[in-house]
Design a protein around this ligand. Structure first.
Ligand code: ZN
Length: 202
């Protein structure tokens, strides 16, 4: 049976998404074919609105509605202190925990298994920010797991020789857990108990 062109087009588009193979794309397409009109309409509108409404801040790389984002352009925040996190979700968690400095979002973590190298992250942009001279403290808040540890090591190496204090948040965040699921009090304690990483790290 020949597949109707509209269906083939949708399957092809879905297959370009990360982690979606032909079978998953077909399953999603058939689901959408049978879904209520409201549901497919909402999905289509959300997709179209996404690229118009969301931009990446060219300074901190967080997702935002403007560039620079509302955090980077807020004069009341402590611009000399950067909290380095893996994902935009972590920014939300630290905002709830009361962090008053700025952020640098890596957009991932180093993971040989997932084929992600340090050069795939926003690490060189972090070095540029720090070498600009307006940053005095960098606090690494990558997740307390294997990838987060490896990423922290890359950050320390990348910032070696820069006139900046580098620390990592304390292990108040349970080992192996994720920042985004930690509560505000826990993150606030982890920030307060940060450990200095200078002098070749730990
Ligand atoms: Zn920003």
């Amino acid at each position: 049976m020949a597949v109707p062109p509209a269906l083939a087009r949708l399957v092809d588009a879905l297959k370009r998404l990360p982690g979606v193979g032909t079978r998953t794309a077909e399953r999603l397409a058939f689901h959408l074919l049978r879904a209520p009109h409201d549901e497919t309409h909402e999905l289509a509108e959300a997709l179209l609105a996404l690229q118009d409404a969301v931009v990446a801040c060219s300074t901190c790389h967080n997702l935002a509605e403007s560039d620079p984002c509302s955090l980077c352009s807020d004069p009341d925040r402590e611009h000399a202190r950067l909290l380095v996190v893996e994902q935009p979700r972590d920014v939300t968690a630290f905002e709830e925990a009361g962090w008053k400095g700025l952020y640098h979002v890596l957009l991932g973590h180093v993971s040989p298994l997932e084929g992600v190298e340090a050069k795939d992250l926003t690490l060189s942009a972090l070095v540029d920010r720090v070498s600009g001279g307006s940053v005095s403290e960098v606090i690494v808040a990558t997740n307390p797991d294997y990838e987060g540890d490896a990423t922290a090591l890359h950050i320390v190496r990348a910032l070696d020789g820069q006139p900046v204090q580098v620390s990592r948040i304390a292990r108040g965040v349970a080992s192996g857990s994720a920042i985004e699921y930690s509560n505000s009090a826990m993150l606030s304690d982890a920030l307060a108990g940060r450990v200095n990483l200078e002098g070749g790290g730990r």
